[in-house]
Write a protein that binds this ligand. Structure first.
Ligand code: NAP
Length: 338
């Protein structure tokens, strides 16, 4: 059985997460038991939610245990199988964690899923046609419930969730405005992803300036907001909302290292009769098949061209993860392992 290199959580962050929170170790993969499958990971997913799980704090999910392999989504290939439904060469996605191989009990429902890579590249099953894509779909379709002609705004617009949100909202006839960090990200959001406009928040460092930029980009006001970031951008968006606007509260990455995210004018929720709903995509497994079917078609037809930032090798995972929390990624952040 092959040697397996793994990244474990060695200690918890105090404030900002650092590379020394992780440790690279090596083990031998154990011989397979009945129903087990050995998967060689080709890609592992790095996601902002992992930062929350590094803390020993009460949340919607249990903390990542210390001394264990960092948990996370993976896409790869079966190399050995003692389960009748899987054979070597099958392309699969699972939750194999930050390691080169995983041994999976494939009899557990949802533990391993075969995917078709003839029209959608394997890596996209961790991004646009995976958890981040479904996240965008749920927030847009189930919470915001857009109507054609309405104006939608999304933060972290060039990222895994934001880019999928744009394509889904355009497909429903909306005006879509992104907010992203940097001119190159904004150029991609408009030029490649087909958003109607994109605002570089680095050029609008406070709520007043951002609100003025939103006024220009959203001349008819804002009907739907997909929140990924939090902070002054949220304040600025609220100032431009129309009556009966809907907010899908997906993430607040600006506060994941413990920064406070005050809201300066919550009375706007009342005055504009705004509906706000927070959600966790893994609690809505019932919508995944419908969402994945639409997202797969958008990618296969070239209507959604998701971008990826790919770090090489298991040793690069901590730095790539810390970069994701700082916006150094450009699109879905992955680590290539094979
Ligand atoms: N609720 C759920 O079930 C669920 C599921 C998946 C993801 N999420 C959330 O969705 C959001 C996007 O996730 P993703 O996987 O698509 O990541 P992503 O957008 O590909 O990468 C994260 C992006 O966040 C932006 N960012 C980081 N710090 C920021 C700050 N201080 N101010 C403004 N922007 C900042 C950066 O983009 P810029 O350079 O453009 O700033 C960075 O590229 C995250 O908040 C994540 O936690 C929630």
């Amino acid at each position: 059985m092959p040697t397996n290199r793994q990244q474990i959580l060695d200690n918890r962050p105090e404030g900002e997460a650092v590379a020394a929170n992780f440790k690279l170790v090596s083990t031998e993969t154990p011989p397979l038991q009945d129903n087990q499958v050995l998967v060689r990971h080709h890609f592992m997913s790095l996601d902002p939610y992992m930062r929350g799980r590094m803390n020993d704090a009460k949340s919607y999910a249990k903390p990542q245990p210390l001394g264990e392999v960092m948990q996370g989504g993976t896409a790869g290939e079966v190399v050995e199988s003692r389960h009748p439904k899987f054979k070597p060469g099958d392309k699969v996605v699972g939750f194999g964690g930050w390691q080169e191989y995983s041994v999976v009990d494939a009899s557990q429902p949802g533990s391993l899923k075969k995917v078709d890579t003839s029209r959608v590249p394997l890596s996209h099953y961790l991004g646009a046609v995976g958890m981040p894509g479904v996240t965008a779909w749920y927030g847009l379709v189930k919470i915001i419930q857009p109507k054609a002609g309405e104006t939608m705004v999304v933060t972290a617009a060039s990222g895994a969730v934001g880019s999928a949100f744009g394509a889904l909202a355009k497909a429903r006839g909306c005006r879509v405005v992104g907010i992203a960090g940097g001119l190159d990200k904004c150029a991609y959001v408009v030029g490649e992803l087909g958003f109607d406009a994109c605002i570089d928040y680095r050029q609008h460092a406070d709520a007043k300036s951002m609100s003025a930029a939103l006024k220009e980009a959203c001349p008819d006001g804002i009907d739907g907001y997909f929140e990924n970031v939090g902070g002054y951008i949220f304040d600025a968006v609220l100032m431009r909302t129309n009556a009966f606007a809907r907010v899908a509260l997906c993430g607040m990455i600006a506060g994941y290292d413990g920064q406070p995210l005050p809201l300066s004018n919550p009375a706007l929720f009342l005055m504009n009769r705004i509906k706000l709903e927070g959600f966790i995509v893994s609690e809505h497994m019932d919508v995944w098949p419908e969402a994945l079917a639409e997202l797969g078609e958008l990618v296969a037809s070239g209507k959604l061209k998701p971008r990826e930032s790919i770090a090489e090798g298991i040793e690069s995972a901590p730095e790539a993860f810390l970069g994701l929390l700082k916006g150094r990624n450009f699109g879905k952040q992955l680590v290539k392992l094979a």
